[in-house]
Design a protein around this ligand. Structure first.
Ligand SMILES: [Zn+2]
Length: 248
């Protein structure tokens, strides 16, 4: 059965990507998001090395948003051959960059995605209201992928009205993931995808270990449980959605 891991940073932690790919035999293909200029280049290189199996994105993570003036040009330069823009978004939990810089870099990357007609991968942590407002105002909703979605039912229902796609990660399988599962229950399967966010957020029974694409099936199984469908059906629908979003 073929899964698609829509968010795995294969290039970030120094492990051999060929080994991670070999172990992920149930994963048809995956998306490696850039988080800054260097990792966007590394993602591009992986896409060239594993054609069709790894897709690359170009973007600047909110943690490093203050680097946009210096790296933006390079990230824009990689964007036309990338499969999506991002990882961008807002993180008002860790606040590693100022809110102003995060919002500015997010808006520039939204404009880039709109101009190129590409999807945009959005990181959202403690910034639901601000992200909702920016997506609504810019009209980028139908191109937006809300990665590692952890919203509860209320925010999930609100974001659904914007036409976004939701990508679920390890938290939907966590013992403590009841809110995430209640949110996921509100998402029609044709609006959802799955991811690992490798090397972070490994699902049970691997919590604490470096995550890897092979474990996307554990995320998918948790989501299938929420929806009351078979694991095969969940793989089929989420993979078809990923193809529609990233490959058409
Ligand atoms: Zn990420």
């Amino acid at each position: 059965m073929g899964w698609v891991d829509t968010h795995c940073h294969l290039q970030l932690d120094g492990r051999d990507p060929a080994q991670l790919l070999a172990r992920a035999e149930d994963v048809d293909w995956m998306v490696a998001p850039g988080v800054d200029l260097e990792s966007s280049k590394a993602a591009r290189d992986l896409a060239l090395r594993f054609p069709g199996r790894v897709l690359a994105t170009s973007g600047l993570h909110p943690h490093d948003a203050e680097l946009w003036p210096e790296q933006g040009e390079g990230i824009v330069g990689l964007a036309s051959e990338a499969s999506a823009i991002g990882e961008t978004g807002l993180d008002f939990y860790r606040n590693l960059a100022s809110r102003e810089d995060q919002i500015s870099a997010f808006r520039q990357q939204i404009a880039l995605a709109a101009e190129l007609g590409k999807p945009i991968i959005v990181h959202c942590r403690d910034a639901f209201a601000e992200i909702f407002e920016i997506i609504e105002e810019t009209g980028i909703g139908p191109r937006s992928v809300l990665h590692c979605w952890t919203g509860g039912p209320r925010w999930t229902k609100r974001f659904l009205t914007l036409g976004v796609m939701f990508s679920f990660a390890g938290p939907v399988a966590f013992l403590t993931g009841d809110t995430v599962r209640l949110g996921a229950a509100e998402v029609p399967p044709e609006r959802a995808m799955v991811e690992t966010d490798t090397p972070y957020l490994a699902p049970p029974p691997h919590r604490g270990e470096p995550n890897e694409p092979a474990w996307v099936a554990l995320v998918g199984a948790a989501l299938a449980g929420v929806w009351g469908m078979s694991v095969d059906e969940a793989a089929a629908v989420t993979s078809a959605n990923a193809t529609r979003v990233f490959r058409t």
